[in-house]
Structures are given as structure tokens and as C-alpha cells.
Design a protein around this ligand. Structure first.
Ligand code: SF4
Length: 240
């Protein structure tokens, strides 16, 4: 593969030198081809997501199925460079079948906008896809049963950064018992993708009087933005 890349680069270099020798100062690239490559990538992400949803079916693999109204699969850009993962659906999400639509969802949407993205440009999902009764934390068995589907979604979307919202999302994705306080605000490796743990928006709402938590979460998100910007991204092209 490396040899193939080198040959390819060599051919491009020769071609550009040839164009310069002919007196050209600009190289016009065929835009339609570039666009079609991008849309093909997005299309393939959405096809894989559709097949994961199909595979999930009317899932009854864990006890959480019994009290749910809907399976909250996840939503957003199938080709997103940024993905947010929460813990599980709440009552509003269960009713609507969409992730993060309640008060915590509204705060998450504001956080996403503050980062320079529209909500439709990122992908949002949860560790478990069914409402845990009385809003309790999902149990180990429920997490281990549901998690493979989320991992497949991450593989389909191929984000450059995953933001894990809260302790359950962080510990489940990193498969660790370490406390969130030791992990948040630092990048970690999640199957070759950068993962940034931060506070769950519900926690931030509960701590509304103490602004230090929101300020801390914003610092974490700024690190994500700096990374995306430093490695050419959507954020950079918006600045231009
Ligand atoms: S939480 Fe996940 S594994 Fe459990 S029933 Fe719902 S979709 Fe299936």
C-alpha cells in the first residue's frame, strides 16, 4: 500500500511539474468527481447504518425492551466527523424515538452550535437504545448487550472524534472502571478514534448554579475543536 501511495504521489508530482513547464499557474480539479466521491462516502455510511438498524429489528435482547415505547437508534450525519455518545434515552427521547430531545438535548444542541456545527452535521447516539425504568443507570448486562450496535454505528460513521457524555458513556466505551474525574478533558484512544470524555448535559443542568462545570465542559469541547481545526476540517472551511 505504501509503495502504491509513493508511485501515485510520484505521478502527481510529474504531472504538476509538466503543467508548470507549460506555463499554467493553476490546476483546475474536476469538482463533480470530488463531490461524487464525498457523496458516495456519505451514502455508504448511511447504507451501513440502515443495515445495523435492520439487524437490531424489534430488539428484545436485554430486559430494557419491556418498558420502552421506542428504540432510540441515533441520528445525524452518517458521515460526521464528530459524534456524541450519551448514556441512554430519557422519557422525552423514548416518546419521540430520537436522542437528546429533552432539556438535556437542548443544552447539547447549544453546545454543538457553540462548537461551530449544526446539530444535523454531527451524529448522536447512546450507549443503550431503550429507556431504563425510572431513569436509573443502565446495568452491566444491558450495556454489554447493546454496546456492539453502537460500536458498529461508530465504525459506519467513522468520526474523527467521539465525545463521551458522562461517566456511563465514558466507562463503557473505554471499558474502564476509572472515575470520570480522572478521564475527562483528555483525549483517549477508542478503537483508533480519539475520544474526549466530558460532563453529561443533564449533570450540567443539575449544577446550573455552579458555572465552573459548564466552563470546564467548554474547555473540553475547545480541545476537540482545536484538534479538528488543526487537522483540516469543516471548522477550518467555515472560517475561510
Ligand atoms: S437496550 Fe439495546 S439490547 Fe436492550 S432491548 Fe434495547 S436495543 Fe435491545
Amino acid at each position: 500500500m505504501a509503495e502504491y501511495d509513493e508511485n501515485w504521489m510520484h505521478l502527481v508530482k510529474n504531472y504538476l511539474e509538466y503543467q508548470v513547464n507549460l506555463g499554467f499557474t493553476q490546476v483546475i480539479l474536476p469538482k463533480t468527481r470530488a463531490v461524487s466521491l464525498v457523496s458516495k462516502k456519505a451514502e455508504s455510511g448511511s447504507i451501513v447504518l440502515e443495515s445495523i438498524r435492520k439487524e437490531l429489528g424489534d430488539c428484545k435482547r436485554c430486559p430494557l425492551h419491556s418498558a420502552r415505547l421506542s428504540i432510540v437508534f441515533g441520528e445525524g450525519n452518517p458521515n460526521a466527523e464528530l459524534m456524541f455518545v450519551g448514556e441512554g434515552p430519557g422519557a422525552d427521547e423514548d416518546r419521540e424515538g430520537k436522542p437528546f430531545v429533552g432539556r438535556a438535548g437542548q443544552l447539547l444542541t447549544k453546545m454543538i452550535r457553540a462548537m461551530g456545527f449544526d446539530r444535523s452535521e454531527v451524529y448522536i447516539a447512546n450507549i443503550v437504545k431503550c429507556l431504563p425504568p425510572e431513569n436509573r443507570n443502565p446495568k452491566t448486562l444491558e450495556i454489554s448487550t447493546c454496546l456492539p450496535f453502537l460500536k458498529s454505528q461508530v465504525t459506519a460513521v467513522k468520526p474523527r472524534v467521539v465525545v463521551a457524555l458522562g461517566r456511563i458513556a465514558t466507562s463503557s466505551l473505554l471499558n474502564t472502571t476509572e472515575s470520570l474525574s480522572n478521564l475527562r478533558g483528555q483525549f483517549h484512544d477508542f478503537d483508533g478514534i480519539l475520544l474526549m470524555p466530558t460532563y453529561h448535559p443533564s449533570f450540567l443542568l443539575r449544577q446550573e448554579r455552579d458555572r465552573k462545570y459548564k466552563a470546564e465542559a467548554w474547555e473540553h469541547l475547545q480541545k476537540v475543536m482545536a484538534y479538528l481545526k488543526s487537522t483540516h476540517s469543516h471548522l477550518e472551511s467555515k472560517d475561510e
